[in-house]
Design a binder for this molecule. Structure first.
Ligand code: GLP
Length: 230
């Protein structure tokens, strides 16, 4: 099996390991980084900011963005990335889908075309409780490229913790597709907390089902999974 699973019960040690992996990938010449958001990534970005790692010659692409939220909205992923990483560790260029784009289909196509001009040397991934990666919800084709998704009620409810109310959570998002993600040379997925156990089990049991989007990774040759679940 291509997935390298590392179970690290101490989250402190787990994040240290993630930083080490990113440093190693960078030392090996990685210049294009796919980045993720979510609560899982906040301690990782905080740790990266405490290192001397320099991304000023690197390019980043984020996985996803809410439709309708601009860069100044504090729940946009654009804002999240500036707040947690870019203001301290700027990249040469950082790309995210534009949440306020008027023509969402055109914006998805623009982002996919931009991605196609690069090879992602590295892709960081969290995982949703329902197994989503990026915002690729259960049932998304493994052949999908960047597209607009209708967020599931459960994803909106889980993400509502960051918004004033459930009504404020956007119904749609842009996301890199499953195929866009799989084009990365190396993937690091971090799954922390009991709520991720079912999704993680499907992945490490080598299932390959579109109902659990993360299981697409089982066909990728270079995936590291870090989890605190034992
Ligand atoms: C969010 C993001 C994903 C993230 C996942 C898990 O909705 N779109 O990229 O990996 O859900 O988030 P968290 O780390 O907060 O559990």
């Amino acid at each position: 099996m291509a997935i390298q699973l590392e179970r690290i019960p101490s989250t402190e040690a787990l994040y240290e390991r993630a930083v080490t992996i990113i440093k190693e990938v960078k030392a090996q010449g990685a210049k294009t980084f796919g980045l993720a958001t979510g609560g899982t990534m906040e301690p990782l970005y905080a740790k990266l900011c405490d290192t001397t790692i320099d991304f000023s010659e690197a390019v980043s692409f984020n996985l996803d963005e809410y439709v309708g939220l601009g860069a100044t909205h504090d729940q946009s992923y654009n804002y999240y990335m500036h707040h947690h990483l870019f203001k301290q560790k700027p990249f040469k260029q950082s790309h995210l889908p534009q949440g306020l784009a008027h023509d969402t289909q055109q914006e998805a196509a623009r982002y996919e075309a931009l991605l196609n001009e690069h090879i992602l040397d590295f892709q960081l991934l969290g995982i949703g409780v329902n197994g989503h990666i990026g915002f690729n919800e259960p049932g998304t084709s493994f052949d999908s490229v960047t597209h607009v998704v209708n967020l599931t009620p459960s994803t909106r409810e889980i993400n509502a913790r960051y918004f004033a109310s459930l009504e404020d959570v956007p119904h749609k998002a842009f996301t890199m597709g499953v195929q866009s993600i799989l084009r990365a040379n190396c993937i690091l997925l971090i799954a922390i907390g009991e709520s991720k156990r079912n999704a993680l089990e499907a992945l490490i049991n080598n299932e390959y089902i579109e109902d659990v989007p993360a299981t697409a990774l089982t066909k990728h040759p270079n995936v590291i999974v870090l989890t605190d679940l034992v």
